[in-house]
Ligand binder design. Structure first.
Ligand code: NAP
Length: 461
């Protein structure tokens, strides 16, 4: 066995509780926080610093010395230093030979350098075994112990033994190591902490775009049109009426967009006769952000519910009710109960309540704490079957509410269709295609394709 592997073996978990010394280069925020956590977990810690005499604030129980001295005391060294200061490590190349160097560094921009920091470190000290880890864990979380959001530690490296060693330390610290493969993965791991809600970008930008479009559409038809033609000032609609139109419209469109990629994927698979060809990139990306689309849709639906609850206390609504009563009294005429209208009103309310209840259920089951506790079949049942039921109920809610207006010519102000019509295009298309796909002549081949059958096998003998 060579000298290097004996270094590694020395750190392998032993039956005794005594842990091997770990070295940290750099007594900055991250180095100190990591040292604190390692000491808490029973590791003797030595710090390598440029100024060992003046280093203060290092965790109690740790030693601090020069880089060369500290490196000699441990087989594993965490480099808690910014990448731009790595150069001095070349002068320690001999001492670092065969040691495991853990690169914890991050950059300030995505793909800031041509190679990852970990690959750069490995080029500077070719004799060392570089492992990338811990860069997604913050110093604050390590220090304060609030690691709930960042319990996962991505680990990658070319030396399996060295990687295993780092993963053992990760586990001992109460974290979860996730092996990401070779050092080539370091670039991606270094980009993780720099990404700003990557899966949320599309749903949020889309919602902003649609909100702006529908706001101006409603403004034109509900405020500007009556002002131009009837000299009526309905500008106060901007506060509640218009938002309460935009919210359900967006909720329904976005819910439709959650299920649209699924039916598109089914059509593509049926057309190609195989599931072994990649979907186009845009469809892949769309499928990946379905959960976020659904959650944004749920947020819009919830705001719609809140707006709807305040309708009875609105001054405009109370004025309209009393105005109608007064005009009945003045005209000595009693409006009889219109049972059809009562049915329509109660039906759309009931559909809305049921749809919203299922919508909330979908949202809850998409939370990791809940989805981790249901099996795959249960998850699919809720997200697919109950999901479609939610889409049907919410679409029916809008259809029953807006249906009567779609037929009235007066609803087409400036020849523009009523705004609710827009919300129905995507959900209705999804439901129609889904309904067609249920037919056995399509469902059977699709199920077979999804089980691996190919119409024209690529690799036939
Ligand atoms: P920091 O507070 O600035 O500390 C960096 C340390 O590097 C300094 O305290 C210093 O230690 C050493 N250093 C500075 N200039 C040097 C030079 N020219 N040559 C040699 N050593 C030098 O930074 P940090 O926040 O601890 O971050 C350290 C590394 O951890 C970075 O790569 C960062 O990306 C990564 N990281 C940080 C966090 C975080 O939450 N802070 C989270 C994940 C990853 P001495 O004075 O003892 O030599």
């Amino acid at each position: 066995m060579n000298k290097n592997s004996s270094n590694i073996m020395a750190l392998a978990p032993k039956s005794s509780n005594k842990r091997e010394t770990v070295c940290i280069f750099g007594t900055g925020d991250f180095g100190r926080a990591l040292g604190h956590k390692l000491i808490q977990s029973g590791y003797p810690v030595v710090f390598g610093s440029r100024s060992p005499q003046t280093s203060s604030l290092i965790p109690k129980g740790a030693e601090v010395m020069s880089h060369a001295e500290a490196a000699q005391k441990a087989a594993i060294i965490f480099i808690a230093i910014q990448r731009q200061h790595y150069n001095f490590l070349t002068s320690l190349a001999e001492i670092l030979h065969g040691k495991v160097l853990v690169d914890v560094s991050n950059n300030s921009k995505i793909n800031e350098y041509p190679e990852s920091n970990a690959e750069y470190l490995s080029q500077l000290v070719p004799g060392a075994k570089v492992v990338k880890a811990f860069n997604t864990v913050s110093a604050w979380a390590l220090q304060s112990g609030t690691l709930d959001a960042s319990r996962q530690v991505f680990v990658c490296g070319d030396d399996t033994e060295a990687k295993q060693l780092v993963m053992d330390i990760v586990r001992t610290l109460g974290l979860t190591p996730l092996d990401q493969g070779s050092l080539l993965a370091a670039r991606e791991i270094e980009n993780y902490p720099l990404q700003l809600f990557p899966m949320w970008k599309f749903p949020i930008l889309l919602s902003l775009g649609l909100t702006t479009f529908f706001f101006f559409y409603c403004l034109a038809l509900d405020v500007i049109y009556p002002y131009v033609y009837e000299k009526k000032d309905f500008s106060f609609f901007i506060a509640i009426t218009i938002p309460n139109k935009i919210c359900p419209i967006l909720a329904l469109i976005l819910l439709g967009l959650v299920y649209l990629p699924g039916v598109l994927a089914a059509i593509i698979q049926l057309y190609r006769g195989t599931k072994y060809r990649r979907f186009p990139d845009w469809l892949d990306k769309w499928m990946l952000c379905r959960k976020q689309l659904g959650l944004v849709a749920l947020a819009f639906a919830s705001v719609h519910v809140l707006y709807t609850l305040v309708i009875p206390i609105r001054s405009f609504v109370r004025w309209r009710i009393s105005d109608r009563i007064i005009s009945q009294v003045l005209n000595n005429r009693t409006e009889l109960l219109n049972t059809t209208n009562a049915w329509i009103s109660d039906s759309y309310l009931a559909l809305g309540i049921l749809g919203f209840f299922l919508f909330v259920l979908l949202g809850i089951t998409s939370l990791p704490s809940v989805s981790n506790n249901v099996n795959w079949r249960e998850f699919r049942f809720v997200q697919s079957k109950l999901g479609y039921l939610t889409l049907i109920l919410c679409t029916a809610h809008t259809l029953v509410y807006g249906g009567k207006w779609f037929l009235k010519p007066s609803s087409y102000k400036w020849y523009l269709p009523p705004v609710y019509m827009f919300s129905l295009i995507i959900p209705c298309s999804v439901l129609v295609v889904k309904f067609v796909l249920i037919f056995p002549c399509l469902d059977k081949p699709l199920t077979r394709i999804r089980q691996g059958w190919e119409r024209n096998p690529q690799y036939s003998e």
